[in-house]
Design a protein around this ligand. Structure first.
Ligand code: NAD
Ligand code: TYD
Length: 354
């Protein structure tokens, strides 16, 4: 049996592929465009592993996707591929429309054609799992209840609007064509292999480099943090037992203001890798101009996946953030490669030869 994973060289996708192959012998075909966020070094532990086939390519490339589906006959497609950074979507929304909306549309079209031609047992067993975000629900006030799966879609950034559009397309392909889809909407992930443009890895990396730790606005925006390995186990649970056409919210029950997150990272670094002058890393915190349209609060009500599928996160924020900081301290080469762009040079060399 085989699964096709898209975006499997990114942060969550590569964690998912590594976790999947640690617990299963089911082959993974990994389709990733290798944008700035895709890093083949994330998959280094799988070098030479016949259970992993990496393909550089675009989910919007209909011919390529059709050929991969025909060749590998996957029993499931998991769509992680996306442009994922809110700040980049504010600076330039075009790629977000292209990949998150148009790319998802092309992927759906190819998956629909493939699925329609399967024999009845394969057709019944097939699943398309689309990975989305809690940001499609918009922003909560301090006293609002957490997002449930029936919360109205109110996306506020080009990123979240493009993800919302992709979710609607996935839903429509189920209702119109009967495509067996599952959608997951998760909260902010953190953990190993996280590209240091997002809050937590940026703070860990900047702190050690003696750089300012930029906190947007008053730092009191709230996110609901989910350790990436817990996200991976949730996706496996939804793939295995989710009801067709349903959406599942995934969260870590860890609502925290950004400033608390930054302070926690600083305190852990103070303990694990103190500054030479023994000052706290907190002294590097710098308040900067707020993000335009910055959502104030996200919070996930993850009761549905718990009640229906028996999933719950294993990490508290305290255990997960300690593991994360330690991972970055233990992997300076990964950080250096990402920061120098050396992994991109490697890709250019690799594909120039093929
Ligand atoms: P990421 O930016 O780290 O990785 C995205 C991956 O997709 C990269 O490897 C990139 O090369 C690839 N990609 C981009 N465009 C592509 C295309 N057109 N065709 C094929 N591959 C392409 O993102 P991530 O943090 O791993 O997020 C994965 C998914 O989870 C995304 O759909 C994102 O919206 C969603 N999500 C992420 C978070 C989070 O906290 N990181 C939270 C909620 C939802
Ligand atoms: P981010 O990691 O970009 O995820 P998202 O915007 O998808 O939630 O940001 C998390 C929070 O941290 C968000 O409220 C913006 C804030 N933030 C900062 O304060 N400083 C930073 O340098 C970054 C990257 C984010």
């Amino acid at each position: 049996m085989t699964i096709l994973v898209t975006g499997g060289a990114g942060f969550i996708g590569s964690n998912f592929v590594l976790d999947w192959l640690a617990g299963s012998d089911e082959t993974v075909v990994n389709l990733d465009k290798l944008t700035y966020a895709g890093n083949v070094h994330n998959l280094a532990p799988l070098a030479g592993d016949p259970r992993h086939a990496f393909v550089q390519g675009d989910i919007g490339d209909a011919g390529l996707v059709a050929a991969l589906l025909a060749q590998h006959q996957p029993r499931a497609v998991l769509n992680f591929a996306a442009e994922s950074h809110v700040d980049r979507s504010i600076l330039g929304p075009g790629e977000f429309i292209q990949t998150n909306i148009v790319g998802t549309f092309h992927l759906l079209e190819q998956v629909r054609a493939y699925w329609a031609a399967l024999d009845t047992p394969a057709k019944t067993a097939f699943r398309l799992l689309h990975v989305s975000t809690d940001e499609v629900y918009g922003s909560l006030a301090a006293s609002d209840p957490a997002f449930t799966e029936t919360h109205r879609y109110e996306p506020n950034s080009p990123y979240s609007a493009s993800k919302a559009a992709s979710d609607h397309l996935v839903r429509a392909y189920h209702h119109t064509y009967g495509l067996p889809v599952l959608t997951t909407n998760c909260s902010n992930n953190y953990g190993p292999l996280h590209f240091p443009e997002k809050l937590i890895p940026l703070m860990i990396v900047n702190a050690q480099a003696g750089k300012p730790l930029p906190v947007y606005g008053d730092g009191q925006q709230i996110r609901d943090w989910l350790y990436v390995k817990d996200h991976c186990s949730a996706i496996r649970a939804v793939l295995a037992g989710g009801r067709l056409g349903e959406t599942y919210n995934i969260g870590g029950w860890n609502e925290k203001p950004n400033l608390d997150i930054v302070n926690t990272v600083c305190d852990l670094l103070d303990e694990l890798k103190p500054r030479a002058d023994l000052q706290s890393y907190r002294s590097q915190i710098s308040y900067v101009t707020d993000r335009p349209g910055h959502d104030r609060r996200y919070a996930i009500d993850a009761r549905k996946i718990g009640q229906e599928l028996g999933w719950k996160p294993t990490e508290t924020f305290e255990t997960g953030i300690r593991k994360t900081v330690q991972w970055y301290l233990d992997n300076p080469d990964w950080v250096a490669q990402v920061q120098s762009g050396a992994y991109r040079d490697w890709v250019a060399t690799q594909y120039a030869q093929s």
